[in-house]
Design a protein around this ligand. Structure first.
Ligand SMILES: NC(=O)c1ccc[n+]([C@@H]2O[C@H](COP(=O)([O-])OP(=O)(O)OC[C@H]3O[C@@H](n4cnc5c(N)ncnc54)[C@H](O)[C@@H]3O)[C@@H](O)[C@H]2O)c1
Length: 276
């Protein structure tokens, strides 16, 4: 089997229909290093399933690499890159305006941007770093949604997917990160309540250990990679495509009766505990 981190999706399609006619924004649609991150995989699957996708990243070259990957699979895919820092409100507003100007509306917002960047408890965390993690991981989702929701209402409804982490549900020594991802879950559920009657579904994905540039660019060695694979009940390694497939479902009309859920995509890691 080809390495899923460098190849196209396991089941590439060139004429998708699951998101036909949908207009989407994916934040963090690049990857911080070569390979397939969660955002890159999600943006690719959205585009190959027929959505028009704005590939947003603060690293334009990373978004362009995603665009090239998509066009390699389907030269007719409707994608555009957009450079924006989602911690900046005006950039988020401009990002939404651009999608609406390009395609006449907005149906899907996939909030993927998030950073680890923190090891430690409340006692030993650096407070500046603590604040930075909350700003990038949670405040950014508030800023994108503040501008996306009105555009979705104008479009007759939509779907928002926020990327949390099982670190919120099963914390392991990264307290700033776990706290931020817990807030992502609460935000998703609150937004699901706030905007249900406006036809907007809001759901949350909680990835488990996924082998993406986010983790291997930080220097993960083979033994830790193997330990993360072993942590899965299924004994297999998660990839960005697994997150992308979950996001694709939640973004599509197939999930029309699903809102406010937290979907772990973790190979069963959350079920693991001491043997006895
Ligand atoms: N890989 C895992 O094991 C794992 C586990 C749980 C959750 N997650 C979550 O998955 C998400 C990230 O996945 P990924 O694989 O796409 O990560 P990644 O780091 O490879 O890619 C994220 C992209 O976001 C961009 N970015 C960072 N800050 C930005 C900002 N302020 N504005 C705009 N773009 C910005 C980066 O340039 C990068 O291209 C995060 O929310 C992370 O917490 C990952």
């Amino acid at each position: 089997m080809p390495d899923p981190n460098i190849s196209l999706p396991p089941t590439p399609r060139t004429t998708g229909i699951r998101l036909e006619g949908k207009r989407a924004i994916v934040t963090g649609a690049g990857s911080r290093a070569a390979g397939i991150g969660n955002g890159r995989a999600t943006a690719t699957l959205f585009a190959l399933e027929g959505a028009s996708v704005l590939l947003v990243d603060n690293d334009l070259a990373a978004a362009e690499a995603t665009r090239d990957l998509i066009l390699e699979s389907n030269p007719a895919a409707d994608v555009a890159t957009y450079e924006a820092d989602v911690t900046d409100e005006e950039s988020c507003a401009a990002m939404v305006r651009t999608a609406v100007q390009n395609w006449g509306g907005l149906d899907i917002l996939h909030n993927n941007v998030g950073v680890g960047m923190s090891v430690g408890s409340v006692v030993d965390s650096d407070l500046d770093q603590w604040d930075a993690v909350q700003q990038i991981n949670i405040r950014s989702m508030v800023l994108t949604a503040r501008h996306a929701v009105p555009a979705m209402i104008d479009s007759g409804g939509g779907a928002i997917i926020n990327v949390a982490s099982i670190a919120a549900l099963r914390p392991r020594g990264m307290t700033a990160y776990s706290t931020s991802k817990g807030a992502v879950i609460a935000l998703s559920q609150a937004m699901a309540v706030d905007h249900a009657r406006q036809g907007i579904r809001v759901n949350c994905i909680a990835p488990g250990p996924i082998y993406t540039p986010m983790v291997y660019a930080a220097g993960m060695d083979d033994s830790l990679r193997e330990a993360r694979r072993e942590a899965s009940m299924l004994g297999i390694e998660g990839t960005g495509w697994d997150i992308g497939q979950a996001a694709l479902f939640l973004a599509s009309d197939e999930a029309r009766y699903i809102t406010g859920v937290v979907l772990p995509v973790d190979g069963g890691v959350l079920l693991r505990g001491p043997a006895r």
